[in-house]
Design a protein around this ligand. Structure first.
Ligand code: MTE
Ligand code: HPA
Ligand code: MOS
Length: 766
């Protein structure tokens, strides 16, 4: 089934937050953010702004009727700064004016009186000073301390990765207005309607029942709106509640870039032990996560880094420790992969370094250590239905890895100023929210008397095609045409207590609930048909809108069935609740069964470096991916392509730079480069691995949202290999992104001297 949104998108007819007609009297809001990254907030001078044209009111922390708190995991984040500021552009005041332009103009007239305090931007500095968001976590398997003695080779090093701007096309925003009975309705561009509802209620000092959150769709989220849409939803609602007026707050791109958190930069130390025959025997790793100034989702992201610390390899002795470090940057947050990519970058760096030191291709080490059924992940879950080897072998054969490497070698022999590199990037990604309780969902299904169907779930459409999937699930389960089914906007009054649309699990969780509700309705209707037609219930079926009895058309079709059921007073509505079975995790032991299943795949990536300029192309990515039984192959292929290119962007050109004062320097699209059409590999081959899928996956189609991002890591190692084809004597620091500047410095580094990281990717001085 094609993505049902496609036609609306290309015609410009799809509705987003900004397309909601505003009511007469709507006020427009703009946010005043802290000019400094850390300090004591001594006072605000609002005089000039208050007198500015069109300004109606300026709200600060003092105007909050409830609690000034929006922290989700840890209550450490005020909605509006109070007493202190902790990051540059932290929201301090909200200006409400008659027009958007007036509100923004008035913001520029506000002055903050701040006594500066020292600014920390480096996670290792924060850790050394005891600035931790939560206590460190350690995952253990076997005993690395004694295993080192058995290792033929031990390598040690560090790896650093930068942050990543989500760059959803639609910036953060909300539209809120008072409703009858003292409530407020919030239209929000959020992945987590319930999070907006919960925190808005907290800020207003009212019950969640007074706050209704509605989401039509997002112009992209990528994790950036899992938690961080709450700020703007709660702010718009606060103003609407206090002023009893409709209020619209949409962040201009520049504010969005500066005020919101991003993917977490990490700095990590690793030690890897191998046997003489290249088996990985022991791995010790320490992650320093740059969390920013408040917890946000950092503790959960940190946990997923630990879950994916070994990627798709079995290592019998592991100790992985992770620190969530509080710095004076905007609170970093969920981003496609949710800490997994950061964990995988370190093990892949360790393997690359081992390969270079031992003079073997990295894929020899990777191939020999792939996970197999019956082994155990460091977090205690057994490896089952593992497709690591299957996808590797399929990639190796389909793409003739050995022949491809020969081609690259001969290209390199024939070309002096262009060099190629090849890298294999296998992935293993766990599907489920790592917080077990979040793995639940509900669906509300109405069949109308004309046979059409309306469905509500907690799923938020953000471009990933979940609405199409929900409709497909309903149509299949009911045996009717998909064009009879409509998916309603996501609304907290129709489906309550939802988990955010995240963790790649949206289609699985909400789809299972839709399937359950539709199955129940189908059974009910067929029981009615059996009675009505005096037939045996067993053997009755609905197929292509026709009721079948033992495979042959019966006297009734879908429309008649629904209509007669209504007149017999049979309920045509069902609400279902789904909770993923068999999940648990014991944090005191750091062991359990956190994932419903794992997704596997293997990518082969080729890059060509221009050894004169330091520029490069990722020319070809050919991959074999474990989709299970995909029922929307077009959408799923799109997720692979988008995720891959987003991963390549993170690894190559997207360089997020804060200076030592905590100021974002890469604060526009002129200085922060994202992949465009020309960055897409010319050869992009996505092969579907034939697998049975998994019973916990919706219709056995495995989750596809996040895993492909991690294929992008292959781009880093392919470029690095190309650099080393030109300069075999240099070993560039493992520092992502590998920008053309870093490539150039590596290509022309002084002989035999390893190139140092310019400085921590997240904290480079200007
Ligand atoms: N695809 C598009 N087009 N837009 C998005 O915002 N978000 C990604 C991924 N693919 C995203 C996307 C992220 S971070 C996640 S967790 C999943 O989609 C969420 O949707 P799913 O659970 O339905 O896969
Ligand atoms: N993935 C994505 N989002 C989340 C998770 C997770 O594991 N846990 C909490 N939010
Ligand atoms: Mo995705 S990072 O789980 O929103």
């Amino acid at each position: 089934m094609h993505n049902l949104d496609a036609a609306g998108h290309v015609r410009g007819e799809s509705q987003y937050l900004d397309d909601i007609p505003v009511q007469r009297g709507t006020l427009h809001a703009a946010v005043f953010g802290s000019p400094l990254a850390h300090g004591v907030l001594d006072g605000l001078n609002l005089q000039a702004a208050r007198r500015a044209p069109g300004v109606v009111r300026i709200l600060t922390a003092e105007d909050i009727p409830g609690e000034n708190q929006i922290g989700g995991i840890v209550p450490d984040e005020p909605l509006l700064a109070e007493g202190h500021v902790h990051f540059q552009s932290q929201p301090v005041a909200l200006v409400l004016a008659e027009t958007e332009a007036q509100a923004r103009a008035a913001v520029r007239l506000i002055e903050a009186d701040i006594t500066p305090l020292p600014v920390i931007t480096d996670p290792r500095v924060a850790q050394a000073q005891g600035e931790l968001i939560v206590p460190p976590r350690t995952f253990r398997l076997g005993d690395p301390a004694t295993a080192w003695a058995d290792c033929a080779h031990i390598i040690e090093g560090t790896a650093e990765n930068g942050g990543q701007e989500h760059l959803y096309i639609e910036t953060q925003g909300a539209y809120a207005y008072p409703t009858d009975g003292g409530g407020v309705r919030v239209h929000s561009s959020t992945q987590g309607p319930t999070a907006v509802q919960r925190h808005t209620a907290r800020v207003l000092g009212t019950g969640m029942h007074k706050v209704e959150v509605d989401v039509v769709r997002l112009g992209g989220g990528f994790g950036g709106k899992e938690d961080q849409a709450t700020t703007w939803g709660a702010m718009a609602a606060l103003a609407a509640y206090v002023l009893k007026k409709p209020v619209k707050l949409v962040l201009p791109r520049h504010d969005d870039l500066r005020m919101t958190g991003k993917r977490h930069p990490y700095s990590s130390d690793f030690k890897l032990g191998l046997s003489a025959d290249l088996k990985l025997l022991a791995y010790e790793v320490t992650f320093y996560q740059n969390a920013g100034a408040a917890a946000d989702l950092s503790p959960a992201v940190l946990e997923r880094t630990l879950f994916h610390a070994c990627n798709t390899y079995f290592i019998p002795n592991v100790r992985a420790t992770a620190y969530s470090c509080r710095t004076n940057l905007p609170p970093n947050t969920a981003f496609r992969g949710f800490g997994g990519p950061q964990g995988m970058f370190v093990i892949e760096s360790a393997i690359a370094q081992a390969a270079e030191q031992l003079g073997v291709p990295a894929y020899e080490i990777q191939r020999r250590n792939l996970l197999e059924d019956g082994q155990v992940f460091p977090y205690g879950q057994r490896v089952e239905a593992c497709n690591a080897g299957l996808s590797w072998q399929a990639a190796e054969q389909k793409f003739d890895l050995a022949g491809w490497q020969d081609e690259v070698d001969s290209f390199n022999n024939q070309n002096a100023t262009k060099k190629r590199g090849l890298a294999v990037m296998p992935i293993c990604f766990g599907i489920s929210f790592t917080k077990t309780a979040m793995n639940q969902a509900r669906a509300l299904v109405h069949i109308y008397t004309d046979g059409s169907v309306g469905i509500s779930t907690g799923a938020v459409e953000m471009g990933q095609g979940v609405n199409t999937k929900m409709i497909q699930v309903a149509a299949r389960t009911l045996g009717i045409n998909p064009n009879r089914v409509r998916l309603e906007a996501t609304n907290t009054t129709r489906v309550a207590n939802t988990s955010p649309s995240a963790a790649s699990a949206t289609a699985d969780l909400n789809g299972k609930a839709v399937e359950m509700a539709c199955r129940e309705l189908r059974t009910r209707l067929l029981r009615h048909a059996a009675e009505d037609l005096q037939m045996n219930y067993e053997g009755l079926d609905i197929h292509d809108e026709q009721v079948l009895a033992a495979g042959t058309p019966a006297e009734t079709d879908w429309e008649k069935l629904v209509s007669t059921a209504y007149w017999k007073r049979v309920s045509l509505t069902e609400n279902a609740h789904y909770a993923t079975p068999d999940l648990w995790f014991d944090q005191t032991q750091e062991k359990g069964h956190p994932f419903a299943y794992h997704v596997y795949g293997t990518a082969v990536v080729q890059a060509t470096v221009d050894a004169v300029r330091g520029t490069y192309d990722v020319d070809a990515v050919r991959l074999v991916h474990d989709f299970g039984q995909s029922f929307t192959p077009g959408i799923d292929r799109g997720q692979i392509e988008g995720g891959l290119v987003q991963g390549l962007g993170w690894m190559t050109m997207e360089e997020l730079i804060y200076n030592a004062d905590g100021r974002l320097l890469s604060n526009a699209l002129s200085t922060y480069k994202v992949p465009d059409l020309y960055s897409v590999p010319v050869v992009l081959d996505v092969e579907f691995l034939e697998t049975p899928g998994h019973p916990n996956a919706i219709l056995r189609a495995k989750a596809v949202g996040e895993p492909p991002l991690m294929y992008g890591l292959g781009g880093y190692f392919a470029i690095r290999n190309a650099v080393r084809a030109f300069r075999p004597d240099v070993r560039p620091a493992f520092s992502a992104p590998i920008t053309p500047e870093k490539v150039l410095t590596s290509l022309y580094a002084p002989a035999k001297v390893p190139v140092a990281t310019a400085s921590r990717a997240s904290t480079m001085a200007s």
